[in-house]
Design a binder for this molecule. Structure first.
Ligand SMILES: C[S@@+](CC[C@H](N)C(=O)[O-])C[C@H]1O[C@@H](n2cnc3c(N)ncnc32)[C@H](O)[C@@H]1O
Length: 561
């Protein structure tokens, strides 16, 4: 299939919001991205990733529209986003039925006879089922598609959920990758529909009568390459494309994401692999139009329901599990980078740890201060101010610090004075919108992995600038947009772990799912190196260094006043 993509004005891409119902009578919310010619241009249907909404597919959709394709992207029912139903009732056969509902909508409304299907991760498993059975799907493109859910879940949870269910164990409401679902119904329906194992996938792939392009992320922690190769081997029309250096969440790596976009667009337009110079012929949407539409959809979603849990409750629960990260070499390396950026901690320094959490960083920092003691004995005590939303974090942080101070502990920092403050940084906690400190109070401020969770990070940065002494050091960090938590999770469980640590790791992953969800609806915002540096500079700081860390999933910035 070749689209007429030569006359597309990328600035003319429009998005229409549409609604229709599935067979169960639940309303689906969807977006049609196009340049106005809905009758003659080919159609692409993009399913949302598990735990995400149609907004996550906006950049890809605009790239496709810029190249002359019409796109329908939708939210699953009983899932996150604007479609009807409760997330607790989500099950894979329902996700397959939603794809059929989208195809019906396109047939009924636009008389569409052929649709290219694109889907990612677990959604790709459902889309494969639809492609195997519905002749309207004329090509199937899978991105980091799960081919063996049984194995993927075992990989993630270190436990065989499906086998245990088949042996009679019941799970009730279970958190599955960040979403609470009816665990037994989820497992039962997946097994009954043979959507859970490799055999079911192979059977569907054998049935496919259309081109099948399978993008495999080279460093995928959840999907095994040998199983993907096995799957590809059963269909002559299947083609495997390895996206180099990509994790399961391909978007965390901008270069890999760029390669992927190029290849997907090409695969939608032509029935052949993308040649080396092929990308020159592809068009890019205007960045501004993607950003504007993203903002529009985020605003609309903000109005839709979110979990009622307060931020304080969320972070209290999160911090309880956070210590499992201490095991991860990626996290150790991250703390070492923070410590290096904070050095030297001058004698008698007044230090602010804004959003200190359970004190992992503060602990390190004091350790560092103690280490430097040998070369230059401090004359004055260090003053450490930890500030956080949660009482739980502050209590844990204090316990940690007291352990460090034990006379028997190695590297005892001399006479540290502590102050732990329960404070909401969201609106800078006070009526005046100011931090409760005088101008130029601190020699060193660290704000590690906090800015992303605030409504107005730029306002906090201005305040932190105000309370830092001239010449003082400021260190801050953020997870990257679309970061892949699987790397860090896997890293923390690679060594010998106890069952309770495995459980803590799972809880952490669940919380990570919630964080992603909040990123999706625009409550949280992760920053790229350029964005974070830009925010820091805008607040008045002089940028010194920027580096990626935490398994390449976070960006750390050092600046001075
Ligand atoms: C990912 S943790 C990082 C903790 C710590 N800085 C570290 O790097 O280990 C995010 C921290 O931000 C805190 N936080 C989130 N929103 C906050 C707010 N509005 N005011 C104060 N702290 C907040 C949470 O309680 C949590 O401790």
């Amino acid at each position: 299939m070749i689209a007429d993509h030569t006359h597309v004005q990328t600035g003319q891409i429009r998005t229409d919001f549409v609604q229709f119902t599935n067979q169960s009578g639940l309303k689906l919310a969807a977006c049609v991205d196009h340049i106005g010619d809905l009758r003659t241009r080919p159609w692409v249907l993009i399913a949302p990733k598990y735990g995400e909404t149609k907004k996550g597919n906006l950049p890809l959709a605009y790239h496709l529209a810029a190249n002359g394709l019409n796109v329908l992207r939708f939210d699953h029912t009983n899932h996150v986003g604007e479609s009807e139903g409760e997330t607790i009732d989500f099950a894979l056969p329902g996700a397959v039925a939603d794809i059929t509902a989208c195809l019906d909508y396109l047939t009924d409304t636009h008389d569409v006879k052929e649709v290219i299907m694109v889907a990612n991760s677990l959604s790709a498993r459902c889309a494969l089922r639809a492609a195997a059975n519905d002749p309207r799907i004329s090509k199937f493109i899978s991105v980091a598609g799960v081919v063996n859910l049984f194995a993927t879940m075992r990989e993630i949870y270190q436990e065989d959920f499906f086998s245990q269910y088949q042996q009679g164990r019941r799970f009730g409401v279970t958190n599955f990758l960040g979403l609470e679902v009816q665990g037994d119904a989820f497992l039962e329906s997946a097994i009954a529909a043979q959507l859970h194992d490799l055999a079911g996938t192979l059977a569907d792939i054998r049935k496919l009568r259309v081109p099948f392009i399978c993008f495999f992320a080279e460093r995928d922690a959840w999907v095994r390459r040998d199983e993907v190769e096995q799957a590809i081997a059963v269909n002559d029309g299947a083609r495997l494309v390895v996206v180099s250096a990509a994790l399961h969440e391909v978007r965390e790596n901008p270069r890999a994401a760029e390669q992927l976009f190029r290849e997907i667009i090409w695969s939608c337009l032509y029935d052949e692999p993308c040649p080396a110079a092929g990308s020159d012929r592809l068009r890019q949407p205007e960045k501004r139009s993607v950003l504007e539409e993203n903002r529009r959809e985020r605003e609309r979603m903000r109005c839709s329901e979110m979990p009622a849990e307060s931020e304080t409750d969320f972070w209290s629960g999160y911090l309880k599990k956070y210590t499992i990260l201490e095991r991860s070499s990626d996290y150790q390396e991250y703390l070492a980078l923070l410590a290096r950026y904070c050095r030297p901690v001058p004698s008698g320094a007044v230090v602010l740890d804004a959003g200190c959490g359970n004190g992992l960083f503060g602990h390190w920092m004091l350790h560092e201060a103690a280490q430097s003691k040998s070369s230059a004995p401090p004359t004055e005590p260090l003053v450490y101010v930890g500030l956080d939303l949660t009482q739980r974090g502050l209590t844990d942080a204090m316990t940690k610090h007291l352990e460090v101070r034990r006379p028997t502990a190695r590297n005892v920092p001399p006479g540290v004075q502590y102050s732990m403050i329960d404070f909401d940084l969201l609106e800078n906690g006070s009526l005046t919108g100011q931090l409760p400190f005088a101008d130029g109070t601190f020699d060193l401020i660290c704000c590690s992995l906090v800015l992303s969770y605030l409504k107005r990070p730029e306002a906090l940065l201005r305040e932190l600038y105000r309370v830092l002494k001239p010449g003082g050091t400021f260190v801050t960090s953020s997870m990257k947009p679309h970061c892949d938590f699987s790397v860090i999770y896997r890293d923390s469980l690679t060594q010998q772990v106890t069952p309770s640590e495995i459980e803590a790791g799972r809880d952490l992953l669940r919380a990570a799912g919630k964080i992603k969800l909040k990123e999706e609806v625009g409550r949280y915002a992760f920053f790229s190196p350029t964005e974070l540096s830009g925010l820091v500079i805008e607040a008045g700081f002089n940028l010194r260094e920027t580096q990626q860390s935490l398994g390449d999933q976070a960006v750390v910035v050092k600046a001075v006043k």
